[in-house]
Design a binder for this molecule. Structure first.
Ligand code: ZN
Length: 304
């Protein structure tokens, strides 16, 4: 990390000396962190901006460290969008340096009214950062991205605004679809057991009891006691299925399944959920809307 910071400082100093032109081919250079934010900016910016997402499909943002290539991208960016609330735990130091040197990276979660967030003692932010699982919050992300792009590139403001309207409509349709799918699952069956606590906002909105084996961040491994306790909980509550996450190794959930079996019961692995990263680019799950629908369908089908 120290090396990354050093490279960053050197790069920023060189950049300041060069007085580099702000835009490339007349397009804004936008750098994003998570795949959810990359997809959002693609929806609003389309081909009017150059978008570079640092994290790919299956990448865990809690553990992600900036590479030297990332630092170059960050230095050349006109705008940097990230989640914030310490989701990108290892990038915070890099962003703090950037803020003081040139541009201020924009933490989209700062748009949300803090009093509505779920608290957490684990994160330095004191809040659970997995806010994209509240579609209303993602609408706020959308509005912020549109306003920043429009401010930096006023010639295309009306195009951004049209794209915003289309995307907000898609999010509203998504919200209605999710609600009607979840309605088909009895309330007492709404227990969601996953590798880590990414789904607390999801649970709050759709009345699920959410239990993550590793807590809020993947930076801490689950202990034997955690596994045994959760296995007992699964048996007691007759939970039919538990879920793997695409950005977390499956071994923790498999250990949990084995612990349930060792007590003479069965629980199936209901599928892989996309928690902190979307699926592959070009697939339905590679988009925010597709990811959300996929998760909900997978959860409801397995728990019914
Ligand atoms: Zn997470």
């Amino acid at each position: 990390m120290k090396k990354t910071i050093l490279i960053l400082v050197v790069a920023l100093t060189l950049l300041a000396c060069k007085n580099k032109a702000k835009q490339d081919n007349g397009k804004l250079n936008v750098v994003t962190t998570t795949t959810m934010i990359t997809d959002l900016v693609k929806n609003i910016g389309g081909d009017l901006v150059n978008i570079q997402g640092l994290m790919g499909s299956g990448v865990d943002p809690h553990l992600y460290k900036a590479s030297e290539g990332d630092v170059t991208k960050l230095v050349n960016a006109d705008i940097i969008f990230y989640n914030g609330l310490h989701l990108e735990g290892k990038l915070v130091e890099v962003f703090e340096k950037m803020g003081s040197k040139t541009k201020t990276p924009i933490a989209l979660a700062e748009e949300i009214d803090k009093s509505t967030l779920i608290g957490s003692d684990y994160f330095a932010s004191n809040y659970d950062p997995h806010v994209w699982f509240n579609i209303e919050y993602f609408k706020q992300f959308t509005k912020k991205v549109t306003s920043v792009l429009s401010e930096k590139n006023p010639e295309n403001a009306s195009r951004f605004s049209e794209n915003e309207k289309v995307f907000l409509d898609k999010l509203e349709t998504l919200q209605q679809n999710v609600l009607s799918t979840i309605e088909t699952l009895a309330k007492e069956k709404r227990i969601l057991v996953t590798a880590h606590d990414a789904f607390n906002y999801f649970g709050k909105n759709y009345s699920f009891n959410v239990v993550g084996l590793q807590g809020l961040s993947t930076a801490t491994e689950a202990g034997v006691q955690d596994v045994q306790k959760l296995a007992a909980f699964i048996i007691e509550n007759k939970v039919k299925a538990i879920f793997v996450e695409s950005s977390v190794p499956k071994r923790t959930i498999e250990a949990l399944q084995a612990a349930v079996k060792s007590k003479g019961h069965d629980v199936v692995i209901g599928g892989t959920l996309y928690s902190d990263a979307l699926g592959n680019t070009g697939t339905l799950e590679g988009t925010y809307v597709g990811m959300f629908e996929y998760n909900v369908n997978t959860i409801v089908k397995a728990l019914k």
